[in-house]
Design a protein around this ligand. Structure first.
Ligand code: SAM
Length: 292
């Protein structure tokens, strides 16, 4: 155990005491009487230890090779941006809805993709929960979509992911990446603002077992997407919220979500918040497991 803790402490900036606490909390969830909570504990524990089965590790290496290529790409894109801008931007709803056009290279855009630790968490959540009908808000270049799409494929069931992206040029590159990874039958990129596309995706494809909300990091918008998703969720569903500490507004949004009685389990992983909806869990559970 000591060797493991020292190795982990050296390989990342997580303080030894925080790491020990995170390992302890994930282990406690793993021995919880409810299967959904145990699965959450396993996913967090595996992500924390950056551990993959041999076959999974090979696939993840392939996605990381794709990320490395994209990171170095100077291909220029005109991006229609409907997001919240920077943490202190304070755009109004009307400004975000109207969007802005920004120019970036593929390499620059790639910096917005979830880093391997967090993409690994998504991977393990999908592998543990085996969801079939999944939605992602915020596709960008498709890196996290490739993680989730491959995890669905390895689950062996008929799992599908609909990933939503507002910028057509990003969506084109994402489709190319998804095709290169052989995931075109599993992952569909839906182009348009979330306010125009999400409802149709939910109506056509629900009930949804899993959603990753990683775009438009605005307090009101995040809570609105939660309310919009809720009636279309399966009785047992996972919601993963990105950037819950990105701004004061996102911290308030997360505080509201974690306290919401319609969410039975919430795990504050630091950058990402994981919520389980499962009415068979009788005692609400709120935990922190710092993954990075
Ligand atoms: C952080 S990036 C997604 C990264 C991706 N999930 C990954 O890890 O590979 C967020 C994406 O959401 C898109 N986005 C933000 N707000 C949006 C909105 N209101 N409607 C549609 N797309 C939006 C942005 O264009 C951006 O590409």
């Amino acid at each position: 155990m000591l060797t493991f803790l020292m190795r982990q402490a050296l390989s990342r900036p997580l303080h030894l005491a925080s790491l020990a606490a995170a390992v302890r909390h994930a282990s406690a969830l793993r021995s919880h009487p409810h299967a959904t909570v145990r699965a959450l504990g396993s996913a967090c524990g595996e992500a924390l230890q950056r551990r993959y089965r041999a076959e999974d590790a090979r696939v993840v290496e392939g996605i990381e090779a794709l990320r490395a290529r994209a990171s170095g790409s100077t291909e220029r894109l005109r991006i229609d941006d409907y997001g919240a801008g920077a943490p202190d931007s304070a755009f109004t709803e009307a400004q975000m809805s109207a969007g802005r056009v920004v120019e970036r290279t593929v390499g620059e855009a790639c910096r917005a993709s979830k880093k391997p630790t967090w993409a690994g968490l998504l991977w393990h959540l999908v592998r543990e929960f085996q969801p079939e009908r999944c939605v992602e808000l915020g596709c960008c270049l498709g890196i996290s979509a490739c993680y989730q799409g491959h995890a669905l494929r390895l689950n062996g069931a008929r799992g599908r992911l609909w990933t939503l992206e507002g910028a057509p040029m990003l969506a084109d590159v994402a489709r190319r990446h998804i095709g290169e990874q052989g995931l075109q039958d599993r992952v569909e990129v839906v182009v348009g603002r979330f306010k125009d596309t999400l409802q149709g995706v939910l109506e056509r494809n629900g009930p949804i077992d899993y959603a990753f909300i990683d775009g438009h990091h605005d307090e009101e918008a995040t809570l609105r997407y939660f309310e919009q998703l809720l009636p279309h969720l399966a009785p047992r569903a996972l919601l993963v919220f990105d950037d819950i500490n990105w701004s004061d507004g996102m911290r308030r949004a997360w505080a509201r979500l974690a306290a919401d009685p319609r969410i039975q389990v919430s795990i504050d992983c630091g950058e990402v918040g994981v919520c389980a909806i499962d009415a068979t869990i009788k005692d609400k559970l709120r935990v922190k497991i710092a993954l990075a």
